[in-house]
Ligand binder design. Structure first.
Ligand SMILES: NC(=O)c1ccc[n+]([C@@H]2O[C@H](COP(=O)([O-])OP(=O)(O)OC[C@H]3O[C@@H](n4cnc5c(N)ncnc54)[C@H](O)[C@@H]3O)[C@@H](O)[C@H]2O)c1
Length: 251
């Protein structure tokens, strides 16, 4: 990736949690960053803490017209687009039998159709710039299954596949497309989850948003031969199962 100075970056869901940490890290890297989110108050507050190289834009990722406006605003304010981080996401807790169909569709709309719309409108601009990076924030739920959040799992597997399809189509334009797969990260999204959820992982703790942000910065700046690739940061939660075999006598 060339110098991010004089280039714009869009981080969706940038008002809080992982997105806010990514926005902060990419401002540090020299970019002009659009904090794009549904949450106007929180988004403005986050952008203000980041200084003059950050700006809030209202964006519902499911709204195609809003994508056009945000992309125009980004390039008019900070220069040609260099990076799109599709980070906005939601989770709905509900089993296959109990979840309302409308909610299942809504999760897919935000977590999968939203990033597709972003790539659909960002790709021609990145192609025109001659280079760029798209980072799609999937999840370990895009690598394995989880019960009780089927829509989320389906959306994150979908986003992983979409990443590979886009990587194939955009490589000739010098545009790399990668997915990130965090395990449990301490954010508002996970605030109500069992704090012991990570206890069985090799690294038995929740991750921090800054750890995801550092991975995203690595993909943007350093991973110059990676496209269509999956970057996992999950404390080892998807590595495998521990076998409880017969007790062995070590003496
Ligand atoms: N926290 C975790 O443990 C974890 C793990 C794996 C993946 N992820 C993924 O990381 C991303 C960020 O999650 P987080 O934990 O920071 O969650 P969060 O709920 O703290 O933040 C998500 C942000 O996305 C915004 N958003 C939601 N719907 C939107 C829409 N339609 N348009 C624009 N913005 C919208 C929200 O307003 C919020 O600011 C999500 O895609 C999530 O699925 C999170």
């Amino acid at each position: 990736m060339p110098d991010l100075r004089g280039r714009s970056v869009i981080v969706t869901g940038g008002a809080r949690g992982i997105g806010a940490a990514i926005a902060r890290t990419l401002v540090d890297a020299g970019a002009g960053v659009i904090v794009a989110d549904l949450l106007d108050q929180a988004g403005k507050a986050t952008a203000e803490t980041l200084g003059s190289r950050a700006m809030f834009c209202h964006l519902d990722v499911t709204d195609e017209d809003q994508w056009r406006l945000v992309l125009d605003e980004a390039e008019a304010t900070f220069g040609p687009l260099a990076v799109l981080v599709n980070n906005a996401g939601i989770v709905d807790f509900g089993g296959i039998e109990s979840e309302a169909p409308a909610m299942f569709r809504h999760v897919l709309d935000v977590n999968l159709v939203g990033p597709w719309l972003g790539m659909h409108h960002a790709a021609p601009r990145l192609r025109a710039a001659g280079d760029g990076v798209i980072v799609n924030v999937s999840s370990t739920a895009g690598l394995i299954g989880y019960s009780g959040i089927a829509g989320y799992v389906a959306s994150k597997w979908g986003l992983r596949g979409l990443t590979k399809a886009a990587a194939l189509e955009l490589g000739d334009a010098g545009v790399r497309v990668c997915s990130v797969h965090p395990g449990p990260i301490r954010t508002p999204m996970t605030a109500d989850l069992d704090p012991n959820m990570a206890a069985g992982q090799p690294l038995a703790r929740f991750g921090e948003p800054e750890e995801v942000a550092d991975m995203v910065r690595f993909i943007v700046e350093q991973a110059t031969y990676s496209t269509g690739s999956e970057f996992v940061l999950d404390g080892g939660s998807t590595v495998g199962l521990t076998v409880a075999g017969p007790a062995t006598d070590a003496s």
